[in-house]
Design a protein around this ligand. Structure first.
Ligand code: FES
Length: 236
């Protein structure tokens, strides 16, 4: 709910331009942490100054990351929103385990790698009759920033989603030596350049490298293109 006299938190996509973030959405710096090459969590490395409204780069070319500096105009960035607009539930594979059901939508995978923890989300769900595996499965699924994975309780149908504060994390992915997407948490509405609204979700990742094939969402292309925004946590 919006605070009194505060416009609601929202992300609006500009045609062939940046994301305009309004409603004083907190913006933080985070790195994906890993053990033995497997992503295990996130490390918060700082906060950007509070602003009521700000614009975040979508083309990957800005000299003032994560903010837009207008470079998209000079380079003629084409930011067509090519994401499938169908609701998440209409486009996922379903895996039924003994006590959990896993929903998996591969086209929006940010390749953050948290799903590989333990024996992997899929195997954990298959063994969800074991209490510890069930708990691990829920934790692993909820650490997926892109919202590619969602898990429900098989009996009740309840979505087992951990509540998140509304904020945006600018991700770095040090063990892949690349910069990552914008991790949008807590169900912040995202409005297309055509004025329609995307399905509001607790976890989504937005492309900020310009290379995704499912814009505005990240599809992991930043790893193939070796996108780096100059963050000091990445090796030179
Ligand atoms: S940031 Fe991931 S595809 Fe652009």
């Amino acid at each position: 709910m919006a605070e009194p006299n505060q416009p609601p938190k929202k992300i609006t996509i500009m045609k062939d331009g940046p994301y305009v973030v309004s409603g004083s959405v907190p913006l933080v710096k985070e790195s994906i942490v890993s053990e033995g090459g497997i992503s295990t969590g996130y490390e918060k490395r700082g906060e950007y100054p509070e602003r009521k409204t700000y614009t975040l780069c979508r083309c990957g070319q800005t000299k003032t990351p994560p903010y837009c500096d207008g470079t998209h105009v000079r380079t003629g960035f084409k930011g067509d929103e090519t994401a499938d607009r169908a609701p998440f539930s209409k486009r996922c594979k379903v895996l039924e385990g003994p006590t959990l059901v896993l929903y998996d939508r591969q086209d929006i995978c940010a390749r953050a790698g948290h799903c590989q923890q333990r024996t992997g989300a899929w195997t954990l769900v298959k063994h969800s009759h074991e209490a510890d595996k069930r708990e691990e499965a829920i934790g692993v699924v909820n650490s997926c920033p892109a919202g590619r994975l969602v898990v429900k309780d098989k009996d009740s149908g309840e979505v087992l989603e951990m509540p998140l504060e509304k904020e945006i994390a600018v991700l770095q992915h040090p063990h892949k030596e690349v910069s990552g997407p914008l991790y949008v948490r807590g169900g912040i509405p995202i409005v297309s350049a055509d004025g329609s609204e995307y399905e509001t979700r607790n976890r989504v990742t937005l492309c900020r490298c310009g290379a995704s094939k499912v814009k505005p969402f990240c599809d992991g292309s930043h790893i193939n293109t070796h996108f780096r925004d100059g963050d000091e946590s990445l090796k030179k």
